[in-house]
Design a protein around this ligand. Sequence first.
Ligand SMILES: *Cc1c(COP(=O)(O)O)cnc(C)c1O
Length: 373
Amino acid sequence: MIVPFVDLHAQYESIKEEISVAMAEVLGKSSFIGGPQVKQFETAFADFCGTKFCVGVGNGTDALFIALKALGVGQGDEVIIPANTFIATAEAVTMVGARVVFADIEPMTYNIDAQGIEARITDRTKVIIPVHLYGQPADMTSIATIARKHGLKVIEDAAQAHGATYHGRKVGSISDMACFSFYPGKNLGAYGDAGAIVTDNEDLAVKAKMFANHGRIDKYNHQMEGVNSRLDALQAAILNVKLKHLPDWNGRRRNNALQYNEYLKDLNIITPYQMKDVESVYHLYVVRVPYGVRDLLQQQLNSDGIATGIHYPTALPNLLAYRYLNHKEADFPRATKASEEILSLPMFPELSTEAIMYVADKIRKMGYPLRSS
Ligand SMILES: *Cc1c(COP(=O)(O)O)cnc(C)c1O
């Protein structure tokens, strides 16, 4: 049996007709930038997140960059982000000229540790960017408390968590601004690059929209210099179709995760921790295995036809890209340890029960000892 890590083609096959109609409409009108599809998507996605405003942009990295710009973050400022995330979270901070400050993670959820944040706050700190990693919301209550106490803004990096809920609220609606990526492999993915910012703050939404479109309010009325980072009409038309299916797809991911949990429960392997009153959308299904055997397990699964991933193999502070910060691995012990033990198993809405059982069976055959308790 071959089990791919994700299967974008299976999903395309299931919505092919709707996609063709939506794309033909854009092509027929030759209105490729802006237009009704973009507006329609922005309205629908704000509604989905439970926010007042949505600004479509070119990709998720730009969404973070533009959100930081709208908040006025720049040279001399510091922004706190988790040590375990995709590099884009950190790149956006550097792009506005601010300094990246890493905080270690919680060992159970792999999300940013609130206590670690507080220890890193200085009088230059302006923003905290929690990442809802793997689809599971970060500890937003503690983060909001810290932010309020120190007068900081919070930007959610929700690139992996479209539709996840925290204490009954959708991610994206629990902070000053939230950023989404619609990279094809995300829970809501375009057929190319795309991203969005959502917020309840009209002033921030207007600033973000202006900055993303050359700093203009009319064709040649530029209030400032900005960038060109727009959601294009073809991607918006595709996202309009796919957004309607997202709740169903997220439900299937959740169901797949429950099945994995069940089939792996008696093995010496740590399955994803489920926080109370939080609903993950399982962008990834990440397990953790005892130190020293992860790579062996990955190779074995690979030879059994099962594709896996590691998210991420090196904690950001340990990358060459951040050597200038002079960190040691011991500065982020939890993120460093996790990076050596985590393994992402195949996860996508169309993943079959047979495939999940096959994966679990192959892991069992590796000879993981049964849990003693
Ligand atoms: C994918 C991702 C991004 C970047 O999004 P792009 O659309 O690829 O630029 C940012 N943060 C996280 C956590 C991501 O997973």
